[in-house]
Design a protein around this ligand. Structure first.
Ligand SMILES: [Cu+2]
Length: 165
């Protein structure tokens, strides 16, 4: 998905660069195409449609779309601990983390065994924020806090295990 977005971004940037170069050349030459208004209208409509389509496609699955079949893990944050209502989550199935906080903002970040950050969601007072993830590797995963929340912020960690059912 990221490579697709990158490739699409590069193509769109190339089109914009081409449009600027064409406009600069036309301005320098002193000759203005006769159908410039229809071209401009076509360009504006096209870019608007492309912008809407790219926005809808890229934002639709994240972060609000949570599968109805997802395993729900309730997460409570507080200075300075994470409480998960389970320490085992299923492999290869959607897991929805519903994240709350009892006090201040925290950042619920999940890392794999190598320390790579897989996803994160903010824990915000008065809100239940959720994020869905499908784990494709069994093992131990680490929860860290990614929002500075006080003197013992760095001690705010937890673990859970991904197991095949
Ligand atoms: Cu923190």
């Amino acid at each position: 998905m990221q490579l697709t977005v990158l490739a699409l971004s590069l193509v769109l940037m190339a089109i914009i660069v081409w449009a600027f170069i064409a406009a600069a050349r036309a301005a320098g030459s002193g000759k203005v195409p006769t159908n410039i208004e229809s071209r401009r209208n076509w360009l504006i409509v096209s870019l608007t449609v492309i912008g809407v389509v790219v926005t809808v496609i890229s934002l639709r699955p994240w972060p609000l779309a949570v599968a109805k079949t997802a395993t729900v893990v309730n997460v409570s944050a507080a200075q300075w601990r994470w409480e998960l209502d389970t320490d085992k989550v299923p492999l290869g199935k959607p897991v929805a983390f519903k994240v709350r906080t009892a006090d201040v903002n925290h950042g619920f970040g999940v890392m794999d065994a190598s320390g790579k950050l897989l996803f994160q969601v903010q824990a915000m007072p008065g809100y239940v924020n959720q994020v869905e993830y499908v784990f494709d590797t069994p093992g131990t995963y680490h929860v860290v806090c990614l929002e500075y929340c006080g003197v013992a912020h760095h001690t705010m960690t937890a673990e859970f295990t991904v197991v095949a059912e």
